[in-house]
Design a protein around this ligand. Structure first.
Ligand SMILES: [Zn+2]
Length: 456
């Protein structure tokens, strides 16, 4: 069927409006992915999506359906590549595509159905109510008597088997007893007929499935549009990741309402457990310590600016003055092993992280094996610290703590594997200590006191 330019323009306009409705009102957390969609007219009955977020649409279908319905179809289609159905299909060994498409649809549609009901209960204008398309029935978990909230892989196990497999099974069963075989055959056909009707709404979102974003080989129109899109697999992964981050932020601010539960689980899976980089942890600990040290100290060697209010005569109370204090930080590097380029590189990356966390502090870097080997004060850039890294004998911690006490150090950051000959006799100093453990370490503070950061 050919369409006039006006019809094509109208279809395009409806899709644009549907995307805005979905991204602004219905599922704002999926906005990034929705705006990544590239639309293209395609020789299909409804809509389908590629793994590169190209959305093909049948013009007749778009012209026939309302904008709110098209918004729902878009939210359905975008869920396929976001949930990486194509990769999961491959990981399963490329099972029957029609069955997989239905299973994937069930994974999406239970959430979408809850979302539609929640949205419509808020919308007073019925004309703006969301609705499923009139031309095809969505696959729901109850269609195969399974509960909502499962994954496509689980629904696939409950999908009616494809005709070919059924026929093979029938052939196997049609063994020795001819009469029984005939009776059973007719019974089975009836059962299969009802099973198929109950379980598979063949159209899902279209009689050709939902596109290669779900799995299967890409159709010609999909190959054409995907090759035109200058979009790598990495770009597509970035869409998934950004959308997952947006989803978590949205849920954190608005709560996990109806129809969002599946997306919450999905985002958790995409983003994985939150890993704090050791550099971030070190920076946080050190900057907290520095902030406390840097607070103005009460001193009696300098008069208080408020002293004039109480007078200077004998008997007047003596108010303390305030003196700002520049935090003195010592970064000690355990150079007990042989110090090569690699070790120096690791030490410098630690120092770079510390420098970022200690603006306004005085930094000294030293190296120590059984004695202090290098000591450089006034470090502003990690390159200045390289000359301080020397040594290679055994390990003692005491030389560093003794020197730190005499130099009025406020915080020692000790980069070490935590093994030293004088551990048992070491007592906690007056200053703060942060152990940065590198190499073969025990994973905890070697002395039992001080903060501990484990670097990679
Ligand atoms: Zn689908």
């Amino acid at each position: 069927m050919s369409f006039s330019p006006a019809q094509l323009a109208q279809a395009r306009e409806k899709l644009t409006s549907a995307r805005i409705l979905a991204a602004r009102k219905v599922s704002p957390y999926l906005a990034h992915a929705l705006y990544s969609i590239v639309f293209t007219p395609a020789p299909i009955a409804t809509m389908g999506i590629t793994r590169k977020y190209a959305c093909g649409y049948g013009v007749e279908f778009v012209l026939a359906e309302s904008v709110p319905t098209l918004a729902i179809v878009l939210l359905h289609e975008i869920a396929h590549p976001l949930r990486r159905h194509f990769a999961r299909w491959e990981a399963l060994g490329k099972p029957d595509f029609q069955a997989w498409n239905r299973a994937a649809d069930r994974e999406i549609n239970d959430d979408l159905d809850a979302l539609i009901r929640a949205y419509n209960s808020q919308a007073t204008d019925r004309a703006k109510h969301l609705a499923w398309p009139v031309s095809c029935t969505p696959c729901m978990p109850e269609g195969i008597n399974m509960p909502a909230g499962l994954l496509a892989e689980q629904y696939l196990a409950g999908e009616p088997k494809p005709e070919q497999e059924q026929e093979q099974e029938q052939e196997q069963e049609q063994g020795s007893e001819q009469e029984q075989e005939q009776e059973q055959g007719s019974e089975q056909e009836q059962e299969q007929g009802s099973e198929q009707g109950k379980g598979s709404n063949p159209a899902t979102m279209g009689d050709q499935g939902c596109g290669s974003g779900v799995g299967g080989d890409p159709a010609a129109w999909e190959q054409a549009i995907d090759s035109q899109l200058d979009r790598t697999d990495r770009d597509c992964d970035a869409i998934v990741e950004k959308t997952a981050q947006d989803t978590k932020k949205w849920i954190a601010s608005k709560g996990c309402g109806s129809g969002v539960g599946g997306w919450n689980r999905w985002a958790d899976q995409v983003l994985g457990p939150v890993k704090t980089r050791w550099q971030d942890r070190l920076r946080k600990i050190v900057s907290n310590r520095v902030a406390k040290i840097g607070r103005k100290k009460a001193v009696y060697t300098r008069p208080s600016r408020l002293q004039s209010a109480v007078g200077y005569s004998a008997g007047s109370p003596l108010l303390s003055g305030r003196r700002s204090h520049v935090p003195q930080i010592l970064v000690a590097i355990d150079t007990s092993g042989s110090v090569g380029e690699k070790e120096i590189g690791v030490a410098m990356s630690h120092i770079a992280a510390i420098l970022k966390a200690t603006r306004g502090a005085e930094i000294t870097v030293c190296s120590c094996d059984t004695a202090i080997q290098g000591w450089i004060s006034g470090i502003r850039a990690w390159k200045q610290a390289i000359k301080a890294v020397k040594g290679g004998g055994g390990t003692l911690f005491r030389p560093v703590f003794d020197r730190a006490a005499s130099e009025h150090i406020d915080l020692i950051v000790y980069i070490t594997d935590g093994h030293a000959a004088d551990l048992a006799s070491l007592v906690a100093p007056d200053c703060s200590v942060v152990w940065v453990l590198a190499g073969y370490h025990a994973g905890k503070s070697p002395t039992g006191w001080g903060d501990c950061v484990i670097s990679d």
